[in-house]
Design a binder for this molecule. Structure first.
Ligand SMILES: [Zn+2]
Length: 292
């Protein structure tokens, strides 16, 4: 079976052909142009898909909250105005005459990691991606746990500091307002305004900069608090952690060390794993919508 897959993100739409054996080919990208609205995004998606032939089905991983059965967008934020309500499945099935399945991008990444990545062979794991915000997904008993509206796993909005820092969701004190990758840079700037980005921060840590190391420890302490609670709630085999910041060994090690100090002994068998598929996880996950 050959599944044409697309991953619709805020800035680019990634495309590729995935086989039932887990081979991927023809990787390419087109701009999303999300700010120009949902209709433009669909035009770009369609023209990206038109470049391929010889496939049995289409799998779409996309930003936004997805109605899995209807294959439509329940809600998308300001990154793609007017995307809410778009009937992605209907539009693409009419155009391409193939079965189409649609799922949220974070959920797709989790499914991809479970099929061929860090979660291969596992039945119970949580995925967290640390970027501008914090995305999350839950796999329990070998199945994605979606919740009633397909929005389960919003770990970024666990409230850890009532009345605290403002969050992108409009509430205060959420996990992502303290533990996103963006926050690490902010914490570092509070200690030394001359630091401009994450790369510089980690370079300085490698050179022994104590202020930067303290910022990292502060960030990982916050990030660890959320993780420890999740481990106690879900008792997972593994936490699969993604996002550029976790590529840095200093960050991954500091996070695991701080989290393990907060985790009860009987839960210490949990594994801390780096996401393995990078930005192809969503494409592989989109393929599983047809394969599994
Ligand atoms: Zn929030």
């Amino acid at each position: 079976m050959r599944i044409l897959c697309a991953d619709v993100g805020g800035t680019s739409i990634k495309l590729g052909m995935v086989t039932g054996d887990g081979e991927i080919s023809g990787l390419t990208e087109v701009p999303t142009e999300g700010k120009k609205g949902g209709a433009r995004v669909m035009e770009n998606l369609i023209s990206g898909l038109e470049a391929f032939e010889g496939y049995d089905a289409i799998g779409i991983s996309t930003a936004g909250q997805v109605d899995r059965e209807k294959g439509s967008i329940i809600y998308a934020n300001d990154n793609i105005p007017g995307y809410t309500g778009t009937k992605v499945k209907d539009i693409l099935e009419k155009r391409f005459k193939r079965p189409v399945e649609v799922e949220n991008d974070v959920n797709c990444a989790a499914l991809g990691e479970g099929w061929l990545g860090a979660g291969k062979g596992m039945t119970d794991y949580l995925c967290l991606t640390y970027g501008t915000g914090i995305g999350g997904a839950i796999v329990l008993g070998g199945r994605l746990y979606r919740g009633v509206g397909g929005s389960a796993g919003e770990f970024g909005h666990m409230i850890l500091h009532p009345g605290g820092r403002e969050c992108s969701c409009g509430k205060k004190g959420c996990y992502e307002a303290y533990a996103s990758a963006r926050l690490l840079v902010e914490l570092a700037r509070e200690k030394d305004p001359s630091v401009s980005n994450g790369r510089e921060l980690f370079a300085r840590i490698a050179e022994g900069d104590e202020k930067m190391a303290a910022a990292l420890d502060e960030w990982s302490g916050e990030a660890a608090t959320g993780l420890a609670s999740l481990v106690h709630i879900f008792n997972p085999q593994a936490l699969i952690l993604g996002g550029g910041i976790l590529e840095q060994d200093a960050a991954a090690e500091s996070l695991e060390k701080n989290a393990r100090e907060l985790i009860m002994d009987s839960f210490q068998n949990v594994r801390f794993l780096k996401a393995a598929l990078g930005n192809t996880a969503g494409l592989f996950g989109a393929a599983t919508l047809h394969i599994k």
